[in-house]
Design a binder for this molecule. Structure first.
Ligand code: ZN
Ligand code: ZN
Length: 381
């Protein structure tokens, strides 16, 4: 096989055609996807969302088309989307872009669509503009169509996630240089953010440094709290790589002294839960079963009421995407599904701990995209 740049491995017209096939299977007449990760996934165009309409329109029959403001046609041509052979419908400043889209779609379908699926994060003004231009159509979310494709990563996508995971592992491995007694969470977070960029990400999605009692708030980011000797510190960090794929990894540290005597006992329960849930990953096991494996260990250890969130989330071009590893989701895992396994135990007012890896379901088990110690990591302070 000839070596190809990664962007050409990551995007092809096949994705647009696959979306069309799923839409047709589900009885959706038209899929409309505006700037964001769905658009980038389907056709490789990463445009900024704005008031002017940019949309990939995929009717269930006929060729898909990319509707763009004429002034942005050069940007489409310069993007991976420009090489896909997609028809581009350029609209002028005084055109009604929605009417142009409706006209093109109706011509392909031979009738007005009755079911239109719009991207979950499509702006309301665009979704309603689409509906206004095709009266009588019911709007619905595009996630049943698009998630089915996005959830199952190709080997090239898995390699992008693996690169992101290795980069964030290197940041965690250097934590002793920044996470020290006497520094504020904000100071530590600024150093971590710089390291995330230095390790090859193009942007920082989040830096959670939850020291002491702040660690009990799972989505705490940064504050001016000063790290104290003996603090548990939850560090959950991630960013976006050049190809759009994301990292997300949590380790829990104890800084400048020993943790309180009971911590080792419940941290061991947490680590066992995370290991067991990871080991349970294989094709056919459902998302809620993975959640239950982690949760049951923590419940049996007596800490169930302190595990206050789902076990994980899918990851790809978004940090949080399908599949969600949560009770009630009976979706069976398939090879190529990538998601976090991140149980936590949170003691309100005191401290918390979480262990998070990104894993991929393989043909016969699991591949972990993060390394490094999952034990409570002792830093000298
Ligand atoms: Zn995380
Ligand atoms: Zn996560």
């Amino acid at each position: 096989m000839v070596a190809a740049p990664s962007s050409s491995l990551l995007v092809s017209i096949d994705r647009v055609h696959a979306a069309r096939a799923v839409a047709d299977e589900l009885g959706v007449d038209l899929l409309v996807v505006t700037p964001g990760s769905d658009l980038r996934y389907l056709c490789g165009y990463s445009a900024h969302a704005m008031e002017r309409l940019t949309a990939l329109a995929v009717p269930r029959r006929g060729e898909p088309l990319l509707v763009v403001p004429r002034l942005e046609v050069p940007m489409v041509e310069a993007s991976p989307a420009g090489a896909l052979g997609l028809e581009v419908l350029a609209w002028d400043e005084t055109d009604d872009a929605f009417a142009r889209l409706a006209e093109a779609v109706t011509a392909r379908l031979g009738a007005r669509p009755t079911r239109i699926a719009v991207g979950n994060r499509t702006w309301a003004e665009h979704a309603l503009g689409v509906q206004r231009a095709m009266p009588g159509a019911a709007l619905e979310l595009a996630s049943p169509v698009i998630d089915r494709l996005r959830m199952v990563k190709t080997p090239a996508e898995v390699e992008e996630l693996a690169l992101a995971g290795a980069a964030i592992d290197r940041v965690h491995a250097a934590m002793a240089g920044w996470l020290r007694v006497g520094r504020t969470e904000a100071e530590v977070g600024a150093d971590i953010a710089a390291a995330i960029l230095a390790e090859g990400h193009v942007s920082v999605d989040f830096t959670i440094v939850g020291s002491g009692p702040n660690g009990a708030s799972p989505h705490h980011e940064l504050s001016d709290r000063v790290v104290q000797a003996g603090d548990l510190v939850v560090v959950d960090i991630g960013g976006e790589t050049a190809t759009g794929y994301r990292s997300d990894c949590t380790r829990t540290y104890v800084v400048g002294g020993a943790a309180a005597p009971d911590v080792a006992e419940w941290y061991a329960v947490l680590q066992q839960a995370q290991e067991a849930a990871t080991a349970a990953v294989r094709p056919g096991v459902t998302c809620e079963q993975i959640d239950a494996v982690a949760r049951d260990v923590i419940i049996e250890g007596g800490w169930g009421e302190h595990f206050i969130h789902r076990t994980g989330h899918g990851i790809g071009l978004d940090t949080h995407e399908a599949p969600y590893v949560v009770a009630g989701n009976d979706l069976p895992l398939e090879p190529g599904m990538a998601f976090s396994v991140e149980p936590g135990i949170y003691l309100a007012g005191r401290c918390g701990a979480r262990i998070e890896d990104i894993v991929v379901c393989t043909d016969d088990g699991v591949r972990n995209l993060n390394g490094g110690p999952r034990e409570l990591v002792e830093l000298p302070g």
